[in-house]
Ligand binder design. Sequence first.
Ligand SMILES: Cc1cc2nc3c(=O)[nH]c(=O)nc-3n(C[C@H](O)[C@H](O)[C@H](O)COP(=O)(O)O)c2cc1C
Length: 233
Amino acid sequence: MANFQFIAEKERVLYHHHVLLITTGSVASIKAPLIVAELLQYQNVKVEVVATKESLAFYDRADVVKAGGRVWTDEDEWSGSYKIGDPILHIEMRKWADIVLVAPCSANTLSKIAHGLCDNLATSLLRALAPTTPTYIFPAMNTLMYEHPLTTEHVRIVREVVRYQIVGPIGKNLACGDVGLGAMTEWSDIVKIVVDQMKLTRKDDNRQYLYARRGLFETTSDYSKLSHLGLSI
Ligand SMILES: Cc1cc2nc3c(=O)[nH]c(=O)nc-3n(C[C@H](O)[C@H](O)[C@H](O)COP(=O)(O)O)c2cc1C
C-alpha cells in the first residue's frame, strides 16, 4: 500500500462497522484471510489488516486482498519523508477502527502490549487507541511459552491494567508438534465475537463466499474456478 495515504475521515463509511485485524508472528496468522472473508459476509462491514513483519510469513497478503481487505505494514508507516500535517498511519487507523482484534497475538506482541512498547505499526496503533474501542486479544503460542510465568504476568497486566479482552488460547495439537494449551481460538469463534459485539447481519446470498473459502483452503489463491462456475467475487 506504499504511496497510498490512509485518512480515517475518508475511509470511514457512514453506518458501517470498521474492523481492524492485527496479525502477529504466530502460525495461526494463516487464518487471517478466512477471518477477513467471513467478516465481509456481513452487511456494512469494512476490514483492514495490520500485519507485523513476521506474521506475513504465514499468509499471502494477496489472499486478504482477494477476500476484500487490505494489508498494512511498517513500510506503509515509514514510506517516505514526513511533513507537518501529513497523516500518520497509526493515528489514522486508530481513528478508523470501531473494534480491534489481535488475532493471533504472539508472546512477543503480548509482552510489548503489557509493557507499553510501541516499535511497529501494530503496537503504535494499540498505544494510541481510545480506551473505549473494544479490543480483543487472541493469544497463540507454544504451550510452554503460554505457561511461562512471564506470559501469566503479561496476560494479567493486559487484562487488568490495559483492560483488553483476552480470549483463549485453546488446547489442541499445536503446529510445533506439542499437544496442549496455546492454540488461537477458532477463527469462526473470533468472527462470532465481532458479530455479537457489533450485532451484524449476514448478507443474503453466501454461495460465492463458500466457493471462495474453499479456494483459500485448497489452493490458497486460486479463484479462477469461480469463473468456470459463472461466479465472481
Ligand atoms: C515457524 C515459526 C512459528 C512461530 N509460531 C509462534 C507462535 O505460534 N506464537 C508465538 O508467540 N511465537 C511464534 N513464533 C515466534 C515469533 O514469530 C517471534 O517471537 C516474532 O518475533 C514475533 O514477532 P511479532 O510479535 O512482532 O509478530 C514463531 C516463529 C517461527 C519461526
